[in-house]
Design a protein around this ligand. Sequence first.
Ligand code: ZN
Length: 252
Amino acid sequence: MNDGVDIRKSAYFRFYAELNDFIPGSRKQRSFKHSFKTPVTVRELLESFGVPLSEVDLVLSNGEPVDLSYMVQEEDNISVYPVFETLDISPVKITNKPPLRVTKFILDAHLGKLAKYLRMLGFDTLYDNDFKDPEIISIAASQHRIILTRDKVLLKSKEVNYGYYVRAIEKHEQLREVVKKFDLNSQFKSFSRCMTCNSLLEQVEKNKIKLMVDEDTFRIFKEFYLCKNCKKVYWKGSHFLRMEKMIRDLCD
Ligand SMILES: [Zn+2]
């Protein structure tokens, strides 16, 4: 008889793709046996492993999709897949996350350069040095934005629906990583958005910006774009050419 005493059981776990970043070396990329006190849910076990639930999209137990409230049984084979894994797992997604129709982001304070680059590619990207974690989480939830962060703790919050821990440190590598991760290539609308404030740009008559740029710039360039919000003026100068090259490289 079980007099309410916890019984130890064990099951096999396997984490896929970048979820291995949260798992110690000996358990990466392979099935491992783990013992635990029962009863226990998948959710509790994932939390005890330190894997942010916001990065988990699918859990299979013995090949069948299960909810995070699933009670793990003796000898179960549990497979855990990350969010936005490029494998097509859409027919069996477990979580009740609302679909993201447009890819929009909110970035934490460490990712200012990445924010500018995502805006350059036309993605609606919120970033503010002063955003506090709870603010990021609540804006992300209400506006259906994906949180990009270098802070694993932030992603462990239960209120985070869509979050991704950016692995790369260097800004160009970060951009490449995010573009690949979310398969953004087909959604580029380059140079449609202000890199400074995230508002949309519109092409303007040259005369309208005459007093806003220096004489040489005004004389040399024909096309000008104006941010509707912060009134920053853009033209296709040397910056533009460098960024165009960067975008071509991303598409390769
Ligand atoms: Zn602007």
